[in-house]
Write a protein that binds this ligand. Sequence first.
Ligand code: UFG
Length: 324
Amino acid sequence: MKNILVVGGAGYIGSHTVKMLRAQGYSPVVYDNLSKGHRQAVEEVPFEEGDLGDKARLAEVFAKHHIEAVMHFAAFIEVGESVKEPSKYYHNNVAKVLNLLDTMKENGIKYFVFSSTAATFGEPVQPKINETHPQQPINPYGNSKLMVEKMLEDFDQAYGLKSVALRYFNASGADDSGLIGESHSPETHLIPLVLQAAAGKRPSIKVFGSDYPTPDGTCVRDYVHVNDLARAHILALEKMEKENKSLRYNLGSGSGFSVAELIKEAKEITGIDFKVEYEERRAGDPAVLVADPAKAQAELGWTPQYNLKQIIATAWNWEKNRRF
Ligand code: UFG
């Protein structure tokens, strides 16, 4: 099965996965409405502009490219925005995905890889989050992703649609080539903001909260390189097809780093002593979020190949010479 429709393939994680799919002999086709994605991120790949809500367009693209499986990356991802504008999140991240799944069903496409998130778990009840951890999201973004996970269980049971749901922890870093990388507008993620401070594109980095119950008072996160995520997508796709079974994995390194530790690493890697300002906590941030990646390791043979230094170094390489 080689013809993969990558919905949202012009975005950050999508474009890195498209590059890896090609390198591994797949024929990805990108489907993207370019509301957030970048055409330059997928210049060498068949590209179909279209919206997830457009069933006729999806059906046309499925037929034209003999699509056999769909990877879905096109979602809104900002927790804070989701609290202010839940309707936007439920439309895009839930209703339009239902539309996509219905169109797949009508066209006999049986395999789906879904970008889920650590945000489906809510507040951690144990130090490392494994796949049996309760899923109790604390914001509309997490709710929207969990709703799709539930829909996928029901679609498997009723229609035999097999799916992989991958719960990413903190996706970060950039491709080693420096040709693609993270580019959100507005940017809200820590690593690109830190590196923009280092590059002098921002006056400082603001640290949200220094009174958390963590060793240095700043939030602890599990950073996982975007190419490690991309590799997990392909491994999981292959296992799903081979075993004809739906799968769920938490994707992180299993190690947590605090915001202060990350800033220290970034100063060392860039050699620039940029300004750091301590601010109030940001609403909705759990103190610690770290994955237990044992299941992905055991079942997919997946272990992250990039450590935090390499994540920051590749992101810095991108930040200095970014094309979009
Ligand atoms: N942070 C700062 N200053 C900033 C930006 C972030 O101190 O300018 C802190 C945050 O408070 C948090 C940490 O850096 O403690 C990481 O923040 P990010 O925004 O980079 O990432 P999140 O952990 O908030 O979000 C990630 C994904 C989301 C997903 C969430 C799941 O990017 O899409 O994990 O909880 F929803």
